[in-house]
Each structure stands twice: as structure tokens, then as C-alpha cells.
Design a binder for this molecule. Structure first.
Ligand SMILES: Nc1nc2[nH]cnc2c(=O)[nH]1
Length: 433
């Protein structure tokens, strides 16, 4: 069950990661698809065997969006993937030394969950923009508009809307693999419409449908950063953001899923948490090493949990299916971007559902949760949202008589974020920008 809800990532990941890097190079689509399936398969099986928890792994849409929209504007793809690996090594070290668990405990459960909610809104917003459903007006006001001049007036955007509604109906009917079926349905519809009124879709398959996977991207990482082209400060900032996104998304998602599986206690702790956190870091290393971007816990694992999955057996089965999917990756190149964008919105909606686990009756909780979730899409940055949530949580609680409830580590992270938000002026002050 979890596999069918997650299989779309093998199609979507190459479409997100096809942005040109600073040198104008892109990652080959079928190779990214094969790497994505391989990494998801191996990491999911490893996680299932080690932790016996019903959570599956694949390339997270939040992090790959950050790589595609922010990081590769400054560095090459092999360098970006090296940064993902460095992020993974830090996560493993934090987890192995117990520091990650300490941070896990220091962060209020509401903020952990809000991060997953915010990433959901962010992913959905990316989908809306990629499909041309939300467009920039290039005017000060309104800054954005719907479609073209307020109308859905292009075939790709219409295809997006239809695929979104199709997926929505299938999900409402609890059809297994709703997102995957919507992607196939949207692609078939796109092919038919394109045959009648060509709108630029290319359905030319160059090779066989089933074939040996193209694993040429495995090991294509470059740690030799050219410091003449990219400042050390920028690299540190990238790793910092990757770390915050990866770390806190996984934290929120695991907490929410453990709750759904009735495996968590009141504080959100669940069994074998330390090994879960270590394997999660290994997922980042594996994802970077195969150029498929960090493999992390998928919120869609909730689908399997909803159907009764409670143990690692379900996880191992999901992983094995990804390894089989690796042999079908040539098919993934057929899906149009507007169709894939609909999947982003559907996944965004799923991630938003974590909000049901947050009690929003206290404004001290409501404001930071709201800021975490809204700042991410509005500034196109996961890190900004996390930072807004942390800083506002600390300030509002500290000045409303609850300073004692704030964990010392939270203060440290909060100060880190203040520096992060002021990095422009700080860099200018030290002459590094
Ligand atoms: N938690 C989580 N689930 C996902 N499902 C698809 N992408 C993601 C992601 O980035 N994070």
C-alpha cells in the first residue's frame, strides 16, 4: 500500500531535479529515476530491518525543491549532492552521539509537526507555480494572479486542474495508488489532447519500456568546491538549511506517523528512535551519493499505517517494490510537467493533514505554527519558515510568562536563526558577501 502511494516519486523526482545548474548542466532524467528507485528501495529495506517501524523512505520533495530552486543557482549538481552527503554525515553524527535526540526532545512537538505542514504548503505552491496556475504579474500589486489574467487559459494548466481533480476523487474514494493512477490518467489525457491540438508535449520514448536501470549517476559527487566561484559562507549556509529541513521534517514526520500507528507516547517518543534517526541520516548520504537527493521518511507512509501496517515487514516489502520499479524507469520520462505538478499539490494536502495532531487553542502555539507554515511557501524557503516558527515561539513564550518552559537548546537554535535572518548585513559587515 505504501509503495503505491509513493511510487510517483520515481516520476516526479527527475522532473524537479532537471533544473540547469550554474554551468548549465542538468541531471539525466532516466538516470535520476533509476537512482531514486534504487535509493528508496535500499534505504526503506534497511530502515525496516533495523528499526522494525512502518515508515518508508524516498527522495523528499522539500529538499529536492531547495536544491533545484536555491542551491544549483550557485554550485554544480555534483557539488550540490556533495552538500547533501555532508548534511547526512552531520545527521548521523548528531544521532549517534545522542545530540539529535536531545534536540528532538527540546523542540516542542507542535513545531515539529508544523514543519511538515509548512513543507506541504510549500510543495503545493511549487506545483501551482510549475503548472502556471499561480503566475507572477510583475506588478507591485497584486504580485500574483491565477493563470493568465485570472483565467485558466492554457492547455497545460487545464491538464493540471483535471489531473488534480481526478487524483482528488480517487483519494476521496480511498483508491489504492490514487496519485500514481492520476499521473497515468493525466499523461494519457495529455497525449490525446496533444495529438489533436499540439501544445508542445514530447512523448517520444527512445528505448525499451523495461530495461536495465541507468545507474550512471551513482557516485557522481564532487567535494572539490571551487571557492573562487562560491564563498565558504554560502556553502555553510546551504548545509545549514539542508540540515534544518532534513532534520526537522524527518522529526515532525516520524512523530506524526508514530502517533498514527499508536507507537508514540505523550511526548512523541517512539521505540528505537535512536537507530531510526541514524538510518535517516544514512538516507541523506545515500541520496546524495546517487544524485537522487536526500532519502527521507515519507509522510505517505501514513497510507500503509491507515491500512494496518505496524511493523518493519510492511517497510521491507515497500522497499523491495522500489527495487523492482527500478527496471521500469524509462516509462517515467513520459509524464508531462503539468501532470506531475498536480501530484505535488495532492502530496501537499496530505502533509497538511498533520495539523490535526496540533492543539491550536493557545495563541502561543497558534502563532508560531501559523508562521512556520505560511512563511515557507511565501518566501519559497523551508529554512525561513522553520526560523520564523522557532524565533516567534521563543519570543512569544518568553514574554508571556513561560520562559522556563523553553529548553536551553531551543534558545541556541533560535539565536542561530536570528544570525541566519541577518546574514546579509552580517556578511557585508565582515566583507565576505
Ligand atoms: N515528510 C515528507 N514527506 C514527503 N513526501 C514527499 N516529499 C516529502 C518530504 O519532503 N517530506
Amino acid at each position: 500500500m505504501t509503495f503505491v502511494t509513493m511510487a510517483y516519486i520515481v516520476i516526479l523526482n527527475p522532473l524537479i531535479l532537471n533544473t540547469p545548474d550554474v554551468d548549465g548542466n542538468t541531471l539525466a532524467g532516466t538516470a535520476v529515476a533509476a537512482s531514486t528507485a534504487l535509493t528508496a528501495g535500499v534505504m526503506t529495506i534497511l530502515f525496516g530491518l533495523v528499526t522494525r517501524l512502518p515508515f518508508a523512505f524516498a527522495a523528499g520533495l522539500g529538499i529536492n525543491a531547495f536544491l533545484a530552486f536555491s542551491v544549483v543557482g550557485t554550485v554544480t549538481w555534483p557539488e550540490a549532492m556533495a552538500l547533501v552527503m555532508i548534511n547526512g554525515v552531520i545527521i548521523v553524527l548528531l544521532a549517534a552521539t545522542g545530540l539529535r535526540k536531545m534536540i528532538f526532545d527540546a523542540v516542542p512537538v507542535q513545531l515539529k509537526l508544523a514543519i511538515t505542514v509548512g513543507i506541504g504548503l510549500f510543495i503545493a505552491f511549487i506545483g501551482f507555480v510549475n503548472a502556471g496556475f499561480v503566475t507572477a504579474t510583475n506588478n507591485p500589486s497584486p504580485p500574483v494572479d491565477l493563470g493568465i489574467g485570472g483565467s485558466v487559459a492554457s492547455l497545460p494548466t487545464l491538464l493540471f486542474v483535471i489531473t488534480l481533480l481526478l487524483g482528488g476523487v480517487l483519494m476521496a474514494l480511498r483508491v489504492k495508488g490514487a496519485i500514481l493512477i492520476a499521473l497515468v490518467g493525466g499523461t494519457v489525457l495529455g497525449a490525446i489532447v496533444n495529438a489533436i491540438w499540439p501544445f508542445g508535449l514530447n512523448f517520444g520514448l527512445t528505448g525499451a519500456i523495461v530495461g536495465l536501470p541507468d545507474l550512471s549517476l551513482v557516485g557522481q559527487v564532487d567535494f572539490g568546491f571551487d571557492l573562487a566561484k562560491v564563498s565558504g559562507v554560502a556553502l555553510v549556509m546551504f548545509v545549514f538549511t539542508l540540515l534544518f529541513s532534513n532534520f526537522f521534517d524527518a522529526m515532525g514526520t516520524m512523530t506524526g506517523l508514530a502517533k498514527e500507528a499508536d507507537l508514540a507516547d505523550a511526548k512523541g517518543d517512539f521505540p528505537r528512535i535512536k537507530s531510526a534517526l541514524i538510518v535517516e541520516g544514512l538516507g541523506a548520504i545515500a541520496g546524495g551519493g546517487t544524485s537522487s537527493s536526500s532519502a527521507t521518511v515519507f509522510v505517505e507512509s501514513g497510507a500503509g499505517i491507515g491500512e494496518g501496517a505496524r511493523t518493519g515487514l510492511a517497510t521491507v516489502v515497500t522497499g523491495a517494490m522500489f527495487l523492482i520499479a527500478m527496471f521500469f524507469t524509462p516509462l517515467t520520462s513520459l509524464v508531462p510537467g503539468a501532470v506531475a505538478a498536480a501530484a505535488l499539490v495532492l502530496v501537499g494536502a496530505l502533509m497538511l493533514s498533520q495539523i490535526k495532531n496540533i492543539d491550536l487553542s493557545d495563541f502561543r502555539v497558534l502563532l508560531p505554527v501559523f508562521l512556520t507554515a505560511t512563511v515557507m511557501p511565501m518566501t519559497y524557503s523551508i529554512a525561513n519558515g522553520i526560523g520564523a516558527g522557532f524565533v516567534s515561539w521563543i519570543v512569544v513564550n518568553a514574554f508571556s510568562g513561560r520562559a522556563k518552559t523553553i529548553h536551553p537548546l531551543l534558545w541556541v537554535v533560535g539565536v542561530g536563526f536570528v544570525v541566519f535572518f541577518a546574514r546579509g548585513p552580517i556578511e557585508a559587515l565582515f566583507g565576505v558577501a
